[in-house]
Design a protein around this ligand. Sequence first.
Ligand SMILES: Nc1ncnc2c1ncn2[C@@H]1O[C@H](COP(=O)(O)OP(=O)(O)OP(=O)(O)O)[C@@H](O)[C@H]1O
Length: 313
Amino acid sequence: MPDALMLSNISKSFIDKTVLDELNLAVPYGSVFAFLGNNGEGKSTTIRILTGLASPDNGEVVICGEPLFSRHRRLLRRTHGVSVNCAALSLIGGLIDAPSLYPNLTAAEFLSIGCRIKGLSRSEIARVLSVVSLQSSADRVVATFSLGMKQRLAIAHALLGNPKLLILDEPTNGLDPSGIRDIRKLLAELPATTGTTVFFSTHNLDEVEKMATRFAVLKAGSIQFESDITQWKASQQQCQVIEVAKPQQALACLTGQGFNARLLDNGLVEIDTITREQQAAIHRLLIKHDVEIYQSYHKKQSLEQWFTDEHTH
Ligand SMILES: Nc1ncnc2c1ncn2[C@@H]1O[C@H](COP(=O)(O)OP(=O)(O)OP(=O)(O)O)[C@@H](O)[C@H]1O
């Protein structure tokens, strides 16, 4: 099975600035793929290219085996001059920038316009509303929706026709915590509920850890790092943090036994650990040396900390 999305050697420059420089990326079927990068690294430019809103200077975009920019198939010539292969475009649902919804229409009326444009049966309306959990709001006027509901309606609109690949630019931007939770749950479940692969850009690294299955970091025009989330988590340094009555004595005991331990500014002792057996050994050792333990917890490096350390310089 081909990847849901493949970018090969994509380059894009604006006047004298090269934004994308031979970018290569493969998004496997069934993944929820997070596309990370600092401001101005070219995430939106990439998303505009892979939704056919802009063309690359060089390189190829392939959606589920269909080239997006092809001279040899039936072409849709857009007003801004980008020629796109309709067969590839029909496999994508996209949500870029803030959703443009008609405030005076009901949710169902708004979606019916999308159905008409795409030549779909009206039964699609109930299906997509159910996917985004808005069935009970089908006849409500959009102007009365919360921001989170509007975003879910915009995603429902992008899901009309059951695209193979949903592409979203910062889908939780501007939402409150409950709106973020709803979108996160919705997107994380989409591959299982509708068979749609999800590709989204974001600045919210907590969100990536909670809902993505894979992520890539864009820097200086190409992918600097890419990994499955589970593999990344397994590879991260883990440590035990303890609060004790005598931190200096605890530190001496632990380093004397070969543990890699350090005293933090706040008086806590942090010890690099890998196994549960090492965690148990730490507690046994301190108790044996009469060091009282007030609290002890296991800590893994967050994606946010890792990103700040590795990719913000
Ligand atoms: N149409 C354009 N003309 C000239 N420069 C552009 C154009 N579009 C984007 N750029 C430049 O390309 C660079 C990448 O912009 P882009 O919006 O893709 O970054 P981004 O990673 O999405 O940033 P952010 O996270 O802030 O949205 C920026 O320096 C931007 O100024």
